[in-house]
Ligand binder design. Structure first.
Ligand SMILES: C[S@@+](CC[C@H](N)C(=O)[O-])C[C@H]1O[C@@H](n2cnc3c(N)ncnc32)[C@H](O)[C@@H]1O
Length: 249
């Protein structure tokens, strides 16, 4: 459809990993105190450096990721009848943008609603956001673990995930999430995963699973999530229409 989506947004999307900016703010205070007590100017420089990181982090979580995903989903040129799954949808930042591209399709979110990963994270908060964005009629929410998705094989045209898979601590858990994403995709279905780390692992695993055109690219300064060293990358791939030897679904 490629229609314009609503930015700024009418929902309330919280702050990702809220303890991280709180920790950065505490370090800024510490460096300023050390600078004042010791008179060493290097501590002021460190405080300024951490302030820049905090700014980058807050910009990404409050605005940048919404702008970037809005562009990605618009360029994806959905027909409007797709079934789209968002793995680790949280309060719906990406899920509800995707829903704005649908007419008869469904945008399905699955999450464990962990407030350590996003402030105010709860199924009810996402439901309220869906209503605020005017897309509640095409959104379904499920409580579930992305390493064991509660969906049939081949039940989605598109799978997206944003800043979520890295929250699974163990590499084997992240691998299970990727296998699950491939399993629930239809032949010909598309995968888009944005994350701050392990993205080379996702791309290489997708290629091994027989996905076509597995690629990875940076998403730019709007999605730095704490400076260039925490740059978010997008991994994309398409499920072949003919199953290949590598697919394990
Ligand atoms: C940083 S938040 C990002 C949320 C949303 N994708 C966004 O961009 O706003 C990460 C999300 O992943 C969810 N999550 C973490 N581990 C999960 C798992 N194993 N299964 C499902 N969701 C998970 C958390 O509950 C949280 O909502």
């Amino acid at each position: 459809m490629g229609q314009r989506v609503n930015l700024p947004r009418r929902g309330s999307y919280g702050i990702d990993a809220p303890y991280a900016p709180a920790g950065i703010a505490a370090m800024i205070v510490l460096f300023v105190v050390l600078a004042l007590v010791s008179g060493v100017r290097g501590f002021f420089v460190s405080a300024l450096f951490m302030l820049a990181i905090l700014g980058s982090y807050l910009y990404t979580t409050l605005r940048g990721k919404h702008v970037v995903w809005s562009g990605l989903l618009t360029r994806a040129q959905f027909r409007g009848d797709e079934r789209i799954l968002d793995m680790g949808c949280g309060r719906g930042a990406v899920l509800l943008l995707a829903a704005q591209h649908l007419t008869t399709g469904r945008a399905v979110g699955v999450d464990l609603w962990r407030s350590v990963d996003q402030s105010g994270n709860a199924l009810e908060a996402t439901r309220r956001n869906a209503a605020a964005e005017g897309v509640a009629d095409r959104v379904d929410l499920h409580t579930g673990d992305m390493t064991a998705l509660p969906f049939e094989d081949h039940s989605f045209d598109v799978v997206v995930s944003s800043l979520a898979i890295h929250n699974i601590g163990e590499r084997t858990g992240r691998e299970k999430a990727i296998v699950e994403a491939v399993r629930v995709l239809q032949p010909g279905g598309r995968l888009m995963v944005a994350d701050i780390r392990a993205t080379r692992q996702y791309r290489d695993q997708l290629a091994l699973l027989g996905m076509q055109d597995a690629g990875r690219r940076g998403l730019g300064w709007r999605f730095w999530w704490g400076g260039p060293w925490a740059a978010t990358h997008l991994v994309t791939a398409t499920k072949p229409r003919q199953p290949s030897g590598g697919e394990r679904s």
